[in-house]
Design a binder for this molecule. Sequence first.
Ligand code: KIV
Length: 289
Amino acid sequence: MSTTFQLDTSTSRANPTPAPMKRMTIPGLRKRKQDGVTAEPIVMLTAYTARQAQLLDAHCDLLLVGDSLGQVIYGLPSSVPVTIDMMAAHGAAVVRGSYRSAVVVDMPFGAYEQSPRQAFANASRLLKETGCAGVKLEGGEAMAETVHFLVNRGIPVIGHVGLTPQAVNVLGGYNSRGRSEAEAKKIVADAVALDQAGAFAVVIEGVVEPIAIAATRAVSCLTIGIGGSAQCDGQVLVTEDMLGMFERVPRFVKRYAEMAVTIDDAAARYAADVRARTFPGIDQTYQPK
Ligand code: KIV
């Protein structure tokens, strides 16, 4: 059965109305890792819009409304300026556009670090306003108390260790992590702390492969690699990166399409048609009966 539906933008209803389909659940996904083994890896991609969610939904287990939307959608220099209002608006669009995948929304910088209570207020707002299944936040040991607080109050959480983009001002850039012994130990300790706090998954970003594997073995929860290792329990990429929307992408991105070239070509042909007055043609104009 196809899970791709047209979205009626005037009512936000799918058309045709989809047969009732149970979304993937966080506990169901979490159970994929049994005794340290994940037979079927978790497939996760970012999504920021309803139409993008519709197209990705059939292929993914988890859709992440990442705060990378700051750079990808809004042209911001980093994810630091992203607000909770932006995440709520895009999270709701992605939930409306999907029926099958579980949707997780990123907590933006400044929305959770102050205290577990601040994190609960903002995470519960995201769940209420978007219908998402859980939230993601960055940081390891320092965030363990907050993760415990959220999970114990009904909010599933994905942690994020290694290269944590919201901390770019402390890290000094987006270089890979885990090259020194101290850094490697901290990454594994961070993943373990999040696991023990109740996170159902931990994103491991931009980490040298042996440390990504060590972290995956050290935790009972799922690990989701992005520049980690194929041995992680699942993988995530920024969709626009893997679609070839940008000239420069991190080393860990595999390009599955060249969408920037396709769009550039389509825009060039449209512009040529307009200038030559060959668009609109007879098929695109209304003629008197
Ligand atoms: O914001 C984001 O898109 C992310 C993924 C890259 C993991 O955090």
